[in-house]
Design a protein around this ligand. Structure first.
Ligand code: SAM
Length: 347
């Protein structure tokens, strides 16, 4: 009798495991979208205060924090790791991007990278303003961070300092060059704004080409303090292409699955992309999930309401439900803006 009961409970366990496994398969929406990439805003703090990211009322401190989170501490590496591990178990994440805020200001960056590797996710990428990259590029590369996106909005120092509201953006360039030297796969990101840095498209493209790296130009997104604005600084994909074509002939490169950018090759030997949320939206195959520095998850950039997953990490059925709910928040076609700044949600 006892033997039969043990057998029954084993069968029930196996059935439950099978159900979880089959529900795992279902974290996919009607457009076939799944969570394959996780972006984590390690902290809201940033040493830059870029005009597209935060409003002017940040005072004159060089390290500025967003109002909402000044009382909150970012999660510790083991807290991040538990959440990542649970999500990975159910979704089979392919890569993780560490961002912020400024991720190089996160004190426990290297222990966190180590934890993530131990979970079995080896594709770990970083998005940074590169101010502290010169000192850290080689160590990051050795720790397993082979790919880095660097924000650089102008070559002209006055323009760049003005956009970043930081007096010394020259360090960004030594950071870029150190990352290239360390062997990292480097991509540059520039948000193009009318009248602010549209003059910098060609200088940025030529700098990237000289460094042998790709650059992506971003259309300005209505996020955070820009959410209710007229978006008068918006500079379109077409306008960016027109400027580049005055100097170079360009050839389109086929867009890869879930890529945010469409890429072109130039007759000058460079490769550039445009992330055109407005002109050429790319929500239809979005595979990104985001986590903020307090452990709230976001299924879609257009949705400002985060979900805390920590209560569900030991319950695969509930966690599957929660993740499926987050996936359902994805827009079918295009980004609609968000009250959250990229600094909160992780750019
Ligand atoms: N501090 C890091 C950095 O500067 O790269 C990481 C965080 S930052 C929020 C990441 C990216 O968000 C930047 O590359 C910037 O291009 C993008 N971003 C922030 N606000 C944006 C907006 N309103 N429109 C378009 N891109 C934005």
């Amino acid at each position: 009798m006892i033997h039969e009961m043990i057998l029954m409970s084993k069968i029930t366990e196996q059935l439950a495991a099978k159900m979880v496994k089959s529900s795992m398969m279902k974290i996919e929406d009607s457009l076939g979208r799944r969570f394959e990439k996780l972006r984590i805003s390690l902290l809201n703090e940033c040493n830059f205060a870029c005009v597209y990211c935060v409003s002017e009322d940040f005072g004159s401190n060089s390290v500025k924090t967003i109002q909402k989170s000044t009382a909150d501490q970012p999660l510790a590496p083991d807290e991040f790791t538990k959440l990542i591990e649970a999500v990975h178990r159910l979704t089979g994440l392919k890569s993780i991007r560490l961002t912020g805020g400024e991720p190089l200001l996160y004190g426990n960056l290297f222990p966190l990278i180590d934890h993530i590797q131990k979970i079995g996710i080896s594709d770990i990428r970083l998005t940074t303003n590169a101010y502290y990259l010169k000192e850290k590029a080689s160590k990051l590369f050795d720790a397993g961070v082979k790919s880095v996106n660097i924000s650089v909005d102008a070559i002209d120092q006055d323009i760049f300092n003005g956009i970043s509201r930081h007096p010394n953006t020259s360090r960004v360039f030594s950071g870029i060059e150190a990352a290239v030297k360390a062997g990292m796969n480097v991509k540059l990101n520039a948000v193009i704004m009318r009248g602010k840095n549209d003059s910098q498209i060609i200088p940025l493209l030529d700098y990237a080409t000289n460094q042998g790296v790709k650059i992506r130009f971003l259309e300005l997104m209505k996020m955070g303090h820009l959410y209710h604005s007229e978006n008068g600084l918006f500079f379109s994909e077409k306008e960016i292409l027109d400027i580049i074509q005055e100097k170079y002939t360009i050839e389109s490169i086929q867009r890869g699955h879930a890529e945010t950018a469409h890429y072109w090759q130039t007759s000058g030997g460079g490769t550039f992309g445009i992330i055109a949320n407005e002109s050429t939206p790319f929500c239809h195959d979005c595979n990104r999930l985001r986590m903020d520095s307090n452990g709230f998850f976001y299924g879609c950039l257009s949705n400002a309401h985060g979900e805390k997953l920590s209560p569900y990490i030991y319950d695969d059925v509930l966690l599957t439900e929660k993740l499926s709910g987050l996936l359902r928040l994805k827009q079918p076609v295009k980004f609609h803006g968000s009250e959250l700044s990229m600094r909160n949600i992780g750019g």
